[in-house]
Design a protein around this ligand. Structure first.
Ligand SMILES: Nc1ncnc2c1ncn2[C@@H]1O[C@H](COP(=O)(O)OP(=O)(O)OP(=O)(O)O)[C@@H](O)[C@H]1O
Ligand SMILES: [Zn+2]
Ligand SMILES: [Zn+2]
Length: 991
């Protein structure tokens, strides 16, 4: 492909992408006042400058604070963090015209925010008396740099990269040295595939691609390659799309005593890395003394300016500062060039390697090799920023994991999401690729699926991990949950449907949240540490719901979206797939690479909670379900629901004894609740060796029977269906009673079949005599049924239908309980939405979007009313409900910090990590125990820089509109908790 063609097409797609982003920002900003932006935390209004100095290696750092003389002592709650790019405005507004400059946030405290402005903005002068607004900006620096690189690529003639460009565009073929260099490995532990990758890379002249599936030691290999290159006297430029990935390499290379230099704004680097940063090394250099003196003079001048009241005097100081700055710059340029030249490896993000940065001090042909790690997560255009400096390139990554995040679907589908790595593999095939095939992370049962489905079955598990299980971890007891690498908890037929909150375009599933909670409980009770467990969900809404439920009890449990987890690993992963609907829609789960990433984070155990009936409609997900069914434990969510609402179900004592009869799934269902609820001491006090082997034997046995399990289930289903059908044909029979020998699993099947056929079903009797009957639907039902409406509401109708006839639904009453809670919630949410709309209307500011939404909201509400008010009324009479609301409001009024009674009504601050309100002395995450989360959040945000870097989750600003929704959900969960408390029994039984 011609370079020009690539460049013009890519420029176009980048433009499209940029426009999509701008459009999104515009819609968002235009419809929201500055005040609202401030309340969303992305804008800070009317700040005064408290001080100004040169700091952070020569930048002008300005500290802003609220108007103290008016009694504002702290900043409004905001989402500003170190590394954010902000615009500085006078109080005229936040428009381009009133922008004074842009800077990078370096520090945020309760009372002040520091912003670093680059010296290069010569015209920058701050009115120290005036008031300023700060607004978080979407940054276009990344775009500009990529565009520049593409344009340079287009006109590139005979620089160092000329030959490489030919190879990367197929104009000449990659070549290798005939006589490979002799070399000795630094790391003697490398496996064969890693060694092969290193030798191959060393012998290639222009291009080597290293394909590193999850856990195969890609970084280990890249580090070895770089060390070998350095030994050969090569100068290496090493890049990755995210700051985190770059820092990781810096750390590993520094451990190996390589002379590394990290480029990048110090505000964005991990603290441990800062000593390798250009600025830090500069500060220790010979010129440092002189530079420091100049800075001191500049600081003095700044202080001078502040004292001066007269304009004329200020001008003098400004001139002085200008001259000092010039001198500073020439001295620094010389020093920087020296430092850069003496480093063996220079590291930066892809965009940090741009020619407007420090690399401009180096001659064009300085570098020999360019290494790009995580290459499959980078836009190709961002790779070209660095590649234009290289004779040879090494690309490492895994294109079977998630590609770079792109906002414009159109641009993505037209090729913007195709990474350089993938494009080259398409062009040259395996001849330029070496794949790492030994993985050091996953138990082979987990790996086998990924290997087969994604990596041509080529992966093998290293013996150190092949069989490792949770129970092998110190302090972890041997129970069923900790002895199986694969656990599938199937919600099919249990009525745990997904829900949707339209404003957020996301999906949640409260039933799955409850099941995840129980599984986490089982794992932690067995001694697995919360910090070793990840809970992953593909939808942000579900992530929020899970956090709400779990974070308070397990602050160290990491709960994230799939995208936020790329590049990480955990001993145990619990994956909630969320989707459960009759249409079998799986939406965004259909990205195979997303599922691959989610599953391959797990080292010893993965539990998947999902509705197999829904997700099996997608071939790739089906392969996962099939794999887990064949090689792992399968449970139905039904028995977890019994734990959630045990009052609705009497366990059939016969179940535990009838394991020899009918199905084998039943056999599994039978004794798990015991193992789950039994305290972990059980096995640690007993002879654990015996227990171990016993567990293993059982496991093997069940794996064997598992092979035909699905068929057995099918047969059983067919049997029962046939019985039901023949009953239906015989109009004389009014009721079909199944024998009391049916166990709970058989009854579940009956329940499912009856549901599908629209029949009434009921369980009667206790213990041994418990049996299930099926009958034709009652005549009255159709009359009450609301007319069919939009598809998305179907689910609700179905639920309401059951709610209206609860007495006919004994067996599914447990599921129904969750549903009624869900409905209660939905109803209140609807009410709130309506009230909001009402208020808006009164204020005459209905946005068109809301105006059009309103009628539908009203309709849904009235529908919900007819359906669910019965439950709501029965459970909570109006007064009761008011008391409830009052209690919640009261609880919301005081600081959430243990024993703190301070009011948070006026000055409360919401912690975004735990979603609680705190008083001013407790709201800082570090103070109340969210420190780690805040840190990793900040890190993640820092690593995101632009929107284009993949693997780091959603963009910041999506947090902000959610804040309100967060609060709403928080209230709802409190209400839910309270309503469950009001029903006697429950919780006590569990513990
Ligand atoms: N040859 C080896 N022998 C033993 N352990 C190894 C070897 N190579 C890598 N590992 C181990 O595997 C783990 C992952 O290695 P590394 O950090 O290099 O991979 P990564 O590139 O970060 O991961 P991934 O391949 O998933 O991107 C580390 O714990 C590392 O110690
Ligand atoms: Zn907190
Ligand atoms: Zn407090």
């Amino acid at each position: 492909m011609a370079v020009e063609q690539f460049v013009s097409k890519t420029l176009e797609l980048l433009q499209e992408e940029r426009e999509a982003e701008i459009e999104e920002n515009r819609i968002w900003q235009e419809n929201i006042s500055l005040k609202d932006l401030q309340s969303k935390g992305v804008c800070l209004l009317k700040l005064q400058i408290s001080s100004q100095s040169t700091g952070l290696y020569g930048r002008t750092v300005v500290i802003f604070e609220p108007r103290k003389h008016l009694g504002f002592t702290s900043l409004p709650s905001n989402s500003f963090g170190p590394g954010d790019i902000v615009g500085l405005y006078d109080t005229g507004g936040c428009t381009a015209a009133s922008q004074i400059g842009t800077g990078i946030v370096t520090r945020v405290s309760q009372t002040a925010i520091s912003v670093a402005f680059d010296d290069s903005n010569d015209g920058l002068s701050f009115d120290t008396d005036g008031l300023h607004n700060l607004l978080k900006l979407a940054n276009d620096v990344t775009y500009k740099r990529m565009k520049n690189a593409l344009n340079t690529l287009n006109g590139y003639r005979n620089g160092p990269a000329a030959n490489l460009i030919d190879v990367l565009f197929g104009n000449s073929t990659p070549s290798s040295q005939t006589q490979p260099n002799e070399f000795k490995f630094f790391n003697s532990n490398l496996d064969d595939s890693q060694r092969e990758a290193v030798s191959f890379t060393l012998s290639q002249r222009e291009l080597a691609v290293i394909h590193g599936p999850p856990g195969t030691g890609k970084t280990t290999t890249v580090v070895e390659i770089i060390l070998q290159a350095v030994k050969q006297g090569q100068k290496v430029l090493c890049c990755a799309p995210s700051n985190v990935a770059v820092d990781n390499l810096v750390e590993r290379l520094a451990q190996c005593k390589a002379k590394v230099l990290r480029l990048g704004h110090p505000a964005r680097l991990l603290e441990s890395i800062q000593k390798h940063s250009l600025d830090a090394i500069l500060a220790q250099s010979d010129s440092a003394g002189i530079i420091a003196d100049i800075r001191k003079d500049m600081d003095k001048a700044f202080v001078g300016i502040k004292k001066m009241r007269e304009r004329g005097d200020r001008v003098n100081y400004k001139r002085e500062i200008g001259e000092l700055r010039k001198e500073l710059r020439t001295r620094e340029a010389t020093a920087i060039a020296q430092i850069l030249k003496s480093a063996d490896v220079v590291l930066s993000t892809n965009t940090g390697a741009c020619h407007t940065g420090p690399l401009k001090y180096l001659p064009a042909e300085h570098f020999d090799w360019v290494v790009i790690d995580e290459c499959a997560q980078a836009l190709e255009s961002s790779c070209w920023i660095a590649l234009l400096r290289a004779r040879k390139c090494i690309l490492a990554g895994d294109y079977k994991q998630l590609p770079p995040t792109i906002k414009s679907q159109k641009a993505a589908s037209k090729g913007l999401s195709l990474s350089l790595m993938e494009r080259l593999i398409q062009m040259y095939g395996d001849s330029v690729v070496r794949m790492l095939t030994v993985q050091y992370r996953m138990n082979s049962a987990i790996m086998d699926w990924a290997s087969k489905e994604m990596y041509q079955g080529r992966l093998t598990a290293h013996s150190s991990v092949e069989k490792h299980l949770l129970k092998d971890l110190p302090g972890v007891a041997c129970v069923e949950e900790t002895s199986t690498p694969l656990l599938l908890i199937d919600t099919a037929g249990c009525g745990l449907s997904e829900m949707e909150v339209t404003e957020e375009q996301s999906k949640g599933n409260q039933g799955e949240v409850d099941i995840v909670e129980l599984h986490i409980k089982a794992l932690t009770e067995a001694g697995v540490k919360a910090k070793d467990i990840a809970v992953i969900a593909p939808y942000n809404l579900q992530v929020d719901l899970l956090r709400q439920k779990l974070s308070a009890r397990h602050p160290e449990l990491e709960i994230k979206s799939v995208d936020g987890f790329q590049g990480r690993e955990k001993e145990a992963v619990v994956l909630s797939l969320v989707r459960s609907n009759r249409k079998g829609a799986v939406g965004f789960l259909s990205e195979d690479r997303r599922i691959n990433v989610a599953v391959t984070r797990a080292r010893r155990h993965i539990a998947v909670v999902c509705d197999t009936q829904t997700v099996q409609n997608h071939a790739f997900l089906k392969s996962l379900i099939d794999h887990m069914t064949q090689h792992g434990e399968v449970r139905t969510a039904f028995e977890y629901i019994q734990d959630i609402a045990p009052q609705n179900y009497t366990r059939d004592p016969k179940d535990t004894k009838s394991s020899s009869s009918s199905t084998s799934t039943k056999q599994k269902v039978k004794d798990q609740p015991t193992s789950r609820t039994k305290p972990p001491q059980k096995s640690s006090t007993g002879s654990s060796a015996n227990e171990n082997t016993a567990g293993k034997e059982k496991h093997t046995k069940s794996s064997l029977t598992c092979l035909t399990e699905e068929e057995q289930k099918k047969n059983r289903t067919a049997e029962i269906t046939a019985q039901v059908e023949s009953f239906l044909k015989d109009s004389n029979q009014s009721e079909l009673q199944f024998p009391s020998s049916f166990n709970s699993h058989d009854r579940l099947l009956v329940h499912q079949i009856a549901e599908e056929m629209g029949l009434v079903h009921e369980s009667k009797g206790e213990g041994k005599d418990r049996c299930i009957t099926v009958a034709r639907p009652l005549e009255s039902t159709p009359a009450e049924e609301p007319p069919q409406e939009e598809e998305e509401e179907e689910e609700e109708e179905e639920e309401e239908d059951k709610v209206q006839n609860p007495q006919k639904e004994q067996l599914s009453q447990t599921a129904l309980d969750l549903k009624s809670l869900h409905l209660e919630r939905m109803k209140r949410e609807q009410q709130k939405r309506e009230e909001n709309a009402q208020q808006k209307k009164q204020q005459n500011i209905i946005l068109p979007a809301q105006a059009s939404k309103k009628p539908k909201a009203a309709k849904v509400k009235s529908k919900t009313k007819t359906g669910a008010c019965g439950i709501a009324a029965a459970a909570a009479p109006d007064e009761d409900f008011d008391t409830l609301i009052n209690a919640v409001i009261k609880a919301e009024r005081v600081c959430s910090f243990l024993r703190c009674k301070a009011s948070v009504l006026m000055l409360g601050q919401l912690c975004l990590f735990c979603n609680r309100q705190y008083c001013l002395s407790h709201h800082i995450p570090e103070v109340h125990g969210c420190g780690d989360k805040a840190k990793s959040h900040a890190r993640m945000r820092i690593s995101k820089e632009g929107v284009l870097y993949a693997g780091s989750g959603k963009k910041d600003k999506t947090m902000d509109p959610n804040k309100k929704a967060y609060l709403q959900r928080k209230l709802d969960s409190k209400l839910k908790d309270m309503s469950t408390q009001r029903k006697p029994k429950q919780k006590e039984n569990e513990s």
